[in-house]
Design a protein around this ligand. Sequence first.
Ligand code: 2PG
Ligand code: MG
Length: 414
Amino acid sequence: MKVSSVNARWILDSRGNPTVEAGLQVGRAWFTASVPSGASTGTHEAVELRDGGRPFHGKGVSKAVGHVQALGKSMKTKDFKSQAELDAFLLKADGTANKKKIGANALLAVSLAGARAFAGSKPLYSYLAASLKRKPLLPLPFANVLNGGKHAGSSLKIQEVMVVPTGAKTFGEAAQMVAETYQSLKKDAVKKFGAPAGNVGDEGGIAPDVSNVRQALDLVWRAVEENGHGQKMALALDCAASEFYDARTGAYHVDGKILTPGELLNHYAELQSQYRFISIEDPFHEEAFDDFARLRAVFAGKCQVVGDDLLVTNPARIDRAQLSCSALLLKVNQIGTLSESLRAAQIAESFGWNVMVSHRSGETEDAFISDLATALACGQIKLGAPARGERTAKYNRLLRIEEDGVPLARFKLP
Ligand code: 2PG
Ligand code: MG
């Protein structure tokens, strides 16, 4: 791949903050990609370079954009043979362990645009699947229909209540089940809590002012059943527990209680036996490898334990967590290049874990992750509610991929 020109710009993300978009020109065609941004970020994520100062309340990305332009100059003398070669070039240019020199946001924009350039006129998912020697498979959506934590202004500490259409035969059916559930949920919440309960959080899920996760789960499950989907849908949680952990006392402030790690584990076990959720993400704070491992043992054969802030898509942390998790949450911007993200997935799979590709709470219209999850054939994608353009872009891309005859994954516990 000979790059003849590189450009970069800031664009707005779904929260109204600037983010990086890069474009690579190969021959006459331009290939672009943009970068998402988290709110409940893990301490060990690669550095998202922000300008600081007054513009955009410190969140400007003009330095990162400048770095892409500078990278572009040195890329023009090269002929990249593979994604691995491109990403190795990017990593060398940065040279730091956490990408603080050039910024993971700058590197990722180039890395993802590069993947599109390598794919050329082929659909991105089929190019990526071929390069991974995998048969494409559409992922099951993990749809965050009720937002809490840092993504909402309610009292709910648990960040995400998701529905998973485990019984769907096609992605179209899966998306329909999610959309029907979402509409009922909104109606029910407004009826029960008043009009503001229908307002949505950062990921498009409703954000009623419920004070504990039981109320949230009851509300969501009722909407599932109203549509007759009770046999074909399951629940899932992202606790994002670092956000309600008090490092000073070692306790968790959640669901109106102050709990020790052991009490929190019992709380989760009780909830799981009642609501049968099949996936729980970040149940403890981001350094709690041992508490994760305890929960994983308790939930074996019942519910996957997903590491997000604990793992930050980082091969070294995944290695350390072999007994702590049973699934990896894969976020490309946590690590900063596509090649490292793929390596993270491969390590997770070598442990027998599941892999869930994920969006961020701050997103753009770029649906790269839909192609990535399909190419990895990992079977799971987390993509928010079936509402708001930056979320529906991912659903809609998967609906279009389905027209190529790609089958839908079935849920399997690790
Ligand atoms: C998460 C994500 C995405 P954020 O915690 O899993 O749902 O949120 O992007 O804010 O980290
Ligand atoms: Mg998370």
